[in-house]
Write a protein that binds this ligand. Structure first.
Ligand SMILES: Nc1ncnc2c1ncn2[C@@H]1O[C@H](COP(=O)(O)OP(=O)(O)OP(=O)(O)O)[C@@H](O)[C@H]1O
Length: 259
């Protein structure tokens, strides 16, 4: 299993289409940490994740495992929100094996690895199905297995459960919460959902409203796993995060009204 890598962002600013989306972000993420990123819609969460993934260039320093990010790499795996992210012409197992096949891993080894990770996400019964034969939740499980099979040091998740119904979402949150305890990768998980962030995060970073979004707060979630939403300490964390985000959402609404 790959060990997680630390991530350092130093004075990171991101400009897209002539607009500065993110301004001067400094953030240190420890190896093996699970960090959740919350913030109002459009503030730049996905953009920041895409910069760490190496899909978008930025100003400032971005170090993963002490090395500057110069583009996408196998050390960083990305799970997208879209349940369409799998190759529709490949079976579940072939989708999960894909990255290993590209890297020339022999058939027996990649088949065993794919089955191991598919078992981990509860998809052993669906190895030979095609994506269109899966529910949205199953597709996201397959996507997670497809990323984890490469044993990345960093797993970047961009609202992976955003398109799922509430019950499936809760089940997958519990699964990721279990999985990350045996997986030593560093996780950054973008979400709109405050409870999702509290369920999963070692820390929750809240961003300010854009443009020129930055970090508003960093909250350490010092509660035992699995996290109980009825625990008064969790409710207190929820209130604090909700109130902080409400201020930022309000700024977005006022800016929209003024425009
Ligand atoms: N390629 C691009 N060119 C210009 N502007 C862009 C581009 N991609 C994103 N943006 C803008 O950057 C800002 C941040 O977008 P981003 O998707 O990162 O926000 P977000 O916080 O992830 O939003 P959401 O929570 O709604 O997914 C938005 O104002 C968006 O319109």
């Amino acid at each position: 299993m790959a060990l997680g890598a630390s991530i350092e962002l130093e004075r990171v600013s991101i400009t897209l289409g002539g607009n500065q989306i993110v301004h001067n972000v400094d953030l240190s993420i420890e190896a093996g940490e699970f960090l959740c990123l919350l913030g109002p819609s459009g503030c730049g969460k996905s953009t920041l994740l895409n910069v760490i993934a190496g899909f978008i260039e930025a100003e400032g320093k971005i170090l993963v495992g002490g090395k500057p990010v110069r583009g996408p790499g196998i050390d960083r795996g990305v799970v997208f929100q879209s349940t369409e992210a799998l190759f529709p012409w490949l079976t579940v197992q072939e989708n999960v094996e894909y990255g290993l096949r590209i890297r020339g891993i022999p058939k027996k080894e990649r088949s065993e690895a794919a089955q191991h990770y598919l078992r981990m996400v509860g998809l052993s019964h669906a190895l030979n199905r095609f994506p269109k034969e899966l529910s949205g939740g199953m597709r996201q499980r397959a996507q997670i297995a497809r990323v984890l099979v490469n044993e990345p040091s960093v797993v970047l998740m961009d609202e992976p459960f955003g398109a799922l119904d509430a019950q499936t979402r809760e089940v997958l949150q519990q699964e990721v919460d279990r999985l990350r305890r045996t997986n030593q990768s560093t996780f950054i998980f973008v979400t709109h959902d405050i409870w999702e962030a509290i369920t999963l995060g070692d820390r929750v970073v809240t961003m300010t409203a854009g443009p020129r979004a930055g970090i508003k707060s960093i909250k350490t979630i010092d509660l035992p796993h699995p996290r109980d939403h009825a625990d008064p300490a969790a409710v207190e964390v929820y209130r604090e995060l909700r109130d902080g985000i409400a201020v930022e959402v309000d700024k977005v609404l006022r800016a929209q009204q003024a425009a």
